[in-house]
Design a protein around this ligand. Structure first.
Ligand SMILES: Nc1ncnc2c1ncn2[C@@H]1O[C@H](COP(=O)(O)OP(=O)(O)OP(=O)(O)O)[C@@H](O)[C@H]1O
Length: 121
């Protein structure tokens, strides 16, 4: 086991997180939304299974956002010209984030709406 390599890979991952937080508005937005969901999870005392689903969704969306950023930057590095394939790749990558976000919203509604209604009534 090369501990130095392992330590460096954590360091580079941390650098990637910091960079995305500084430069990617969508990453910050999803992080803020995730924090609100965690707050709501504590407030409404969600079950253990619901916590597992929420954690999977929050980490999934943030990871997908990072992959989307990596794809966008790789394309920008490869070409500064307009190219139909560059467009298709960036749009597919953005669509992946959109689709996951849609699923996350539905999961949020299924978990929280009944709790919000019970709390209100
Ligand atoms: N090299 C390119 N060739 C053709 N279309 C492109 C190219 N780069 C971007 N586009 C199109 O323009 C859209 C916006 O791209 P732009 O680079 O402005 O933002 P982004 O890469 O999607 O995200 P960010 O704003 O975080 O950089 C893309 O989704 C794609 O449809």
């Amino acid at each position: 086991m090369n501990w130095q390599r392992l330590r460096l890979s954590f360091y580079f991952a941390w650098e990637g997180l910091k960079d995305a937080y500084k430069n990617e508005q969508n990453f910050k937005l999803h992080l803020a939304a995730g924090s609100i969901v965690v707050g709501a999870g504590f407030f409404f005392k969600v079950s253990q299974f619901e916590w597992l689903v929420l954690i999977a969704v929050i980490t999934g969306i943030l990871s997908l956002e990072l992959v989307n950023t990596a794809i966008e930057r790789s394309i920008d590095l490869i070409t500064s010209d307009r190219h139909p394939l560059a467009k298709k790749a960036k749009d597919a990558s953005a669509a992946a984030v959109f689709l996951f976000s849609l699923g996350a919203v539905i999961i949020g509604i299924v978990i929280f709406i009944p709790k919000i209604l019970t709390w209100l009534l």
